[in-house]
Design a protein around this ligand. Structure first.
Ligand code: ARG
Length: 578
């Protein structure tokens, strides 16, 4: 349990002991060191309920706490402040002990969850008809960071890459593939740029009526399981997935081929989804289509927006597949928590899937299904990010540009370093910068993509954090071996501040696991680096006497470990030198 939760639990209990039942202590980290390390803000609320003077209640709570031997181990003193806040000052030697223990532990003393879940996390999920573009970036990297954090906390994480591989576009693409094959054109070559391939097929489709008719017939053949078309389709899908794998590797994302659970995987389950919905009494026919109408899905004008699960021609839809996937995730994967990293614009769709899936009994009401929505990536002008000519930006182009820009930057800072080293550093900095820029924003809002800010060595950026890490490594190179037997002593305010911050790592990680908000971890790492820089300015290491030097080196060591682990949870690498 992290410190904040520990204090919160004990103080909430103390409130109950003095008569304030079910009143949360609301413990937060203090905004300023004068107010202690933590603050209990819940006393006023509790006093209001009891119709009591809040400072009087606070006094009773403090008396209760002073008699509690568990909390007395860590707390130096309490102060009642303002209208009834309780400021909590932690003990110096307790903090020092905790730093020492954390330094000697695996995983920075972060405890595994006592209630591990089987979390199915649905992320990335591009449509395979086209190449991955910037629109897939957010789902891919935010989802990956959350999956790493959950694994770190001991949950069983099952990644599901719900790629679109079965839409009507495949009729067009396969028809075009067939044409190229006949002409003996080099198909491999053509497929190497999927985006161009798609455009070329689309032109044929739009301009040639016979081609379009053929394309429509071919979808039917494909969906009927025609061997020849299935083979062509498989070739296309493989090529497209190879493109994805290349991107995942560059992005340092954990998605593997075995995590791909494509839409087509559910083809054979779709008919039974419809019969099950019917059995559950959820189905109604509307203009020949099979739909679910529920009061929960009221639109702005109070009319119900139906969820269509089968078209009048018998075809199934995106929603049908998602329902089948939900049932599979419960039955076959044993999901107890489901996270969907999907664009905010799909929120009605997912809400319908969740409600209908539960009403149909595909999974229990108690399974938590969470749409972790995100906004759009915008260009500098505040409209969705596009190429100069207004086209969609291929993800691979964006990542290559990141590496190039970082290379120029690294070269300007280290002109004397050999080229191979500069390239290596640039790749880590460039990709880290793109990822971090996204992860550090509140995911629910749109955000403006800006090369200059994300590649800056100042501010809340990947290069700043990577540099902080490399700087600590250079201190170690100068200082030599750290004496592991040395005692940590917290004398200066900056040392104390850094120590307290270091011990709050698990608080940040817990928030990410609960709310799916990697920006909390980013902020934490940024503040930690700030605390380290202040400490480094105020507390000389090399010039201090030997005991102080060793104590400070240990603080630096834990800072480096925390930065490295924290960035790794975000899928970002560090370097020993920059
Ligand atoms: N392929 C979809 C798209 O590009 C995203 C899929 C998200 N996951 C899901 N289970 N619906 O919009």
């Amino acid at each position: 349990m992290n410190i904040r939760t520990q204090l919160d639990t004990i103080i909430t209990q103390a409130l109950a002991n003095v008569g304030a039942n079910e009143a949360p202590a609301v413990v937060k980290t203090s905004a300023r060191p004068e107010f202690g390390d933590y603050q209990a803000n819940g006393i006023m609320g509790a006093a209001k309920k009891l119709k009591m003077n809040p400072r009087e209640l606070a006094t009773k709570v403090v008396a209760e706490l002073e008699n509690n031997s568990e909390i007395s181990l860590l707390v130096e003193k309490y102060e009642i402040a303002g209208p009834g806040f309780i400021n909590i000052h932690l003990k110096n030697n307790w903090l020092a002990d905790q730093v020492e223990q954390t330094l000697n532990s695996d995983n920075l003393a972060v405890k595994k969850s006592s209630t591990p879940e089987t979390v199915v996390i649905d992320y990335s999920a591009p449509n395979l008809a086209k190449e991955m573009h910037v629109g897939h970036l957010r789902s891919t990297i935010i989802g990956d960071a959350i999956s790493r954090v959950l694994e770190f906390l001991g949950h069983k994480v099952i990644r599901q890459n719900h790629v679109g591989d079965w839409g009507t576009q495949f009729g067009m693409l396969l028809t075009y593939m067939g044409e190229l094959k006949k002409e003996n054109a080099e198909l491999e070559m053509q497929l190497s740029d999927l985006e161009k391939f798609y455009q070329a097929a689309k032109i044929r489709f739009d301009e040639d009526e016979a081609f379009a008719t053929q394309a429509r017939e071919n979808v039917v053949k494909l969906q009927a399981g025609d061997a020849e078309f299935l083979k062509l389709w498989q070739q296309f899908i493989d090529t497209s997935l190879n493109h994805c794998d290349e991107i995942y590797q560059i992005l340092n994302v954990k998605l593997k081929r075995e995590d791909v659970a494509p839409e087509s995987q559910y083809n054979d389950d779709l008919a039974s989804v419809i019969t099950d919905l019917d059995k559950a009494g959820l189905l109604s026919e509307d203009q020949g289509a099979q739909c679910v109408f529920l009061d929960e899905f009221k639109g702005k004008d109070d009319s119900i927006i139906p969820m269509i699960v089968q078209k009048s021609d018998g075809g199934y839809l995106y929603a049908t597949t998602d329902l089948a996937a939900l049932r599979y995730r419960h039955n076959q994967l044993g999901m107890t928590r489901g996270l969907y990293l999907v664009d905010a614009r799909q929120s009605l769709h997912l809400k319908q899937v969740y409600v209908v899936g539960k009403k149909a009994g595909f999974l229990p009401e108690t399974t938590s299904l969470e749409h972790m929505a995100f906004g759009t990536m915008m260009g500098k002008d505040g409209t969705p990010f596009k190429t100069r000519t207004g086209g969609t930006v291929k993800l691979i182009d964006l990542l290559n540009e990141a590496k190039l820009r970082a290379f120029d930057l690294v070269t300007s800072k280290n002109p004397d370093l050999d080229e191979a080293s500069r390239r290596e550093i640039a790749n880590t900095v460039g990709i880290g910068a793109v990822k971090y820029a996204d992860l550090s924003k509140n995911r629910t809002s749109d955000y403006i993509f800006n090369w200059d800010t994300m590649l800056s060595f100042e501010g809340n950026t990947a290069p700043y954090l990577q540099y902080a890490y490399a700087r600590i490594q250079s201190i170690f190179r100068k200082a030599g071996e750290i004496n592991s037997g040395a005692e940590i002593v917290l004398q200066e305010p900056a040392e104390r501040l850094l120590a307290t911050k270091l011990l709050q790592f698990s608080e940040a990680v817990d928030v990410v696991a609960k709310d799916g908000t990697p920006n909390f971890l980013c902020n934490y790492l940024f503040e930690l680096s700030g605390n380290f820089m202040s400490f480094y300015e105020a507390c000389p290491i090399m010039k201090a006497d030997e005991a102080t030097k060793q104590s400070r080196l240990k603080l630096a060591q834990l800072t480096a470990n925390t930065l490295k682990t924290g960035l790794d949870l975000l899928g970002i690498d560090v370097m020993e030198r920059m």
